[in-house]
Ligand binder design. Sequence first.
Ligand code: HEM
Length: 215
Amino acid sequence: MWPIKFISSSIGKKIIMAVSGLLLILFLCTHALGNAAIFVSSHAFQTYANALHSLPVVVLLFGLGLLVILLFHIGFGINLFLQNRAAGGNRYAINTRVVKNSFASKTMPYTGLLILLFIIIHVFGFNNGPADMEVSQLVKEYLSNFFYSLFYIFSFCALALHLSHGFWSMLQTFGINHPRYNNGIAKLTLIVPAFFLVFFGAIALYFMSGLGASY
Ligand code: HEM
């Protein structure tokens, strides 16, 4: 059957990694957009969170969809990593321009695991706060804790490193690779991870530094 053939082939696995990776990046964009309200005021962020939770079915379906995409990304990522290791290196079946020994490419499974740990702690934390505390106050409560914020910033560094290779690899898989555009592509693979690091890191630093004391 073709789906089995597809997911058993190297190219099939790479396409699943690239598509799921793209969907996860799109999630990060929507998450950053929603979290931008934190910089406006706690009221603005709470209004956004209330609007979101007034659509429980949409939130549930979105969360389940995200979980499935994440599981695909992790499952096929581990599979490709083990397959490449067994083949004796960082060999990809369809890539001819792989930066074989970059720090980011070599650490993909480890940065991936750290991001997974972050997501588990992050989602568990926001779903298990004190019942009488609104989510906007929960953000302040958690991120005002120095070590909690430090763990967040460390995880965002891992996310940026993971994205710097993952985003580039995704573009290669989609065939976005042309001498005329490669300069721009190289810049994008720095700008996209840097954006998420600076944006999410700024939220953590805002509370960690005490600047968000009146939030
Ligand atoms: C300082 C940065 C961040 C803040 C303040 C933040 C805040 C939040 C909050 C408040 C929620 C709960 C939303 C609600 O149910 O009302 C949430 C959910 C979530 N966050 Fe974050 N987040 C940050 C960064 C990240 C990053 C970098 C990732 C991924 C690597 C991430 C992944 C998630 C996921 C997967 C959920 C659950 C989504 C769902 O239930 O549909 N967050 N975040």
